[in-house]
Design a protein around this ligand. Structure first.
Ligand code: ASP
Length: 321
């Protein structure tokens, strides 16, 4: 699918300032070569696993799931899966969602305890139930019924950090979280099939039961098989009140390239919030059906991983200040 240039006409002047970013994204277009893009440095081995899985199985859904498994299984990734940060009571509660652009099917889990691969449980919600989102005990019961193995998610390192944090807290705990980060991973195969997933332990030391943007379709992740996919990381509350991933996909549908769409979403949110972007801590990535990728964020240390057969690299996204 090519972009209808007429759709751009109205927005061209507004886009002029972004032309270097947009043209960079367009120059990166390699047609229908498979493409995987994920948030943060730990997204790189995840995307590499996604490509490997795609080559082995031919399934874009397996590729997304197995790629995210890499971050979920790595205890050094302290914001996802095993070794993820606990809530304020010292309990690791995981959120994830999975979406298939071809069918518009989706599954999510929130507040899932003791299962190391919430992305797989989310995919199973999509495939085995008529529902979209399962939470808490219900999600855990479903995971058990599907034969998923339980595992202690709180590592000794995270327990020590939590105890140190807890010993310094006045009651009630402060709202400002000390740590967070989500893996959002989106992909496209050579046939143009789009899919995505995201997985997180959410904000470190969050209020028990707090659910962020990551398992909420349209907020932490959104995939439209005709247009593209977008994902988010950062302070979920600043993402989910704007359905930001949905917004980014819709901006791409109206003609913006992936970076411009991510940037426009951030600027719109900052304007509504009457805040400097730097105070929002929101970071996005997107790919479109043509195989272009882009990203923008408000955190200077935000990085994305980009993997296709000819490329495996980390990129510094457009910083919105
Ligand atoms: N968005 C996640 C949440 O709010 C955290 C993050 O990505 O940093 O739960």
């Amino acid at each position: 699918m090519t972009i209808d240039r007429r759709q751009f006409a109205g927005g061209l002047s507004a886009l002029a300032a972004w032309s270097s970013v947009a043209s960079m994204s367009i120059a990166q277009d390699k047609g229908r070569e498979p493409l995987f893009v994920a948030t943060w440095n730990f997204g790189l081995p995840a995307c590499q696993q996604s490509l490997k899985t795609l080559e082995e199985t031919g399934s874009i859904l397996d590729a997304i799931e197995k790629g995210i498994h890499v971050a979920e299984a790595d205890p050094k990734v302290d914001s996802v899966g095993v070794g993820g940060a606990p809530n304020s009571e010292g309990v690791v509660q995981l959120d994830a969602c999975f979406m298939d652009g071809a069918t518009h099917g989706a599954g999510s889990v929130a507040g899932l305890e003791n299962y190391p691969h919430p992305i797989s449980v989310a995919r199973r919600v999509m495939e085995k139930t008529k529902h979209v989102l399962l939470v808490g005990n219900g999600a855990a019961e479903f995971a058990k019924s599907q034969g998923f193995q339980q595992q202690e998610l709180l590592t000794p390192e995270q327990k020590d950090k939590w105890l140190a944090w807890k010993s310094k807290q006045p009651a009630p705990p402060p709202a400002a979280p000390p740590n967070h980060d989500t893996i959002a991973l989106v992909g496209l195969n050579a046939a143009g099939h789009l899919a995505g997933g995201c997985s997180t332990s959410g904000l470190a030391y969050k209020m028990p039961g707090r659910v962020g943007d990551s398992p909420i379709l349209g907020s932490g992740l959104y995939v439209d098989g005709d247009v593209g996919a977008a994902g988010a990381t950062g302070i979920g509350e600043n993402v989910m009140r704007y359905c930001a991933s949905f917004l980014i996909v819709e901006l791409m549908r109206s003609g913006l390239d992936p970076t411009a769409a991510c940037r426009t979403a951030i600027e719109r949110i900052a304007k509504h919030e009457r805040k400097s972007p730097a105070d929002l801590h929101i970071n996005f990535l997107a790919i479109d059906k043509q195989g272009r990728w882009g990203a923008a964020g408000t955190d200077a240390d935000y990085r994305i991983a980009v993997v296709r057969p000819s490329v495996a690299k980390l990129e510094k996204p457009f910083l919105v200040t």
